[in-house]
Ligand binder design. Sequence first.
Ligand SMILES: O=C(O)CCC(=O)C(=O)O
Length: 308
Amino acid sequence: MTLLICRPAPGLVHLIKALFRLLVLARIRIEHNKEKGQPMLSDEEKWFFDLHGYLVLKQAVAGEDVRHMVELCDRWHAMDDSELPAPLASYRDANSKPTTPRSINQVEYVEQVFADLILNREIMRVVLALTDNCPQHVGTALTANTKDSDDLAFHGGLSGGIHNPANDYQAADGRIFATFLNAGVSLVDVPPGTGFVCIPGSHKSYFPRPDHIDIYDGSPTVDNVSVKAGDVVLFTEALCHGARKWTEDQPRRSVFVRYTTSYASWSPGSAPLEAYRHRISEELYELKQVASFRHRKKVVERLLQDLA
Ligand SMILES: O=C(O)CCC(=O)C(=O)O
C-alpha cells in the first residue's frame, strides 16, 4: 500500500528526467559562455561596435515605460530645482545657464521606472559584455532639449598617447573592453538632422581631429543617429560625440544611463546615496558600488543566469 502511494507515475518520471536534462544543458551553456568571455554580443554586434564605437539597441525599452518617463520628465522639468523632490538635482543650475540642456539626476531613487531602466535586460546584456562582467552604475540623467537649448560640441575621442584607464577602449582576442559607457535612451522620435552625433571610429583614432570638423558635418565623417522612442544608442565615452540643436516643437527627452567598470571609474565618488538606500533594491545598490576586478557582483551572476 505504502509502495503504491510513493511510486511516481511513469509520465512524471519522464518529466523529471527531461527537466533534469534541461538544467544540465543550461548549466553547460552558462559554463561555455563564461569560457568564451563575451557571450552576450553577437559577432556582428562586436564588429559594428568595434568599427563605430556605438550600437543601436532598437526598441529596448517598453512603450509603456517610455510614456511614463516622458510624463515624469515633463513634470520635473517644469519645476524649479528648489521644488524638485529629494534627492533629484540638476546637473547644472538651470537658472544660471538657462540654455544649457537641463539634466535631472538621481531619478532612480524617486521612481521605479528609472531603476528598472538601469537594469534593463538589453542594456545590461551589452554593458556586461563590454565591462568584462564588472559594471558599476554611476549616473542617470533625465535630459530635456528644447529649440532654445544650446547644441553640444564634440567631446571625447582618442588621439594617440596614453589611454586613461577610466575611459579606455580595447578590442583583442575576440573581445571588446570599454571602461566607460553611456546608454542614451531616447524617449521621443529623433528626426534626421538633429540629436546625437559622433565621429565613428574616433574611440580608437591616432591622429587628432582637424579643428574645422564639427557636429554639423555630414557623412562619412559624422554619423547623425536617428532613433525612435524606446531605442538606445549605447556608446563608449571614448567616442568623440555631441548633439545638434533640437529643431522640433516638442522637447527632446532622453535618459543617459552611465556605467563604468567597477574598479576603474570615471566618477569614483558616485557611490550609492546612503541616505536614500532604502528607496532602491539591493541589486541596484550593489550595482552602484565600487568593487575589485576579481569580484563578481551577485547582480551580475543573476543577470548572466537570466541571459544565458
Ligand atoms: O545629447 C546627446 O545625445 C549627447 C549627450 C552627451 O554628449 C553625453 O551624455 O555625454
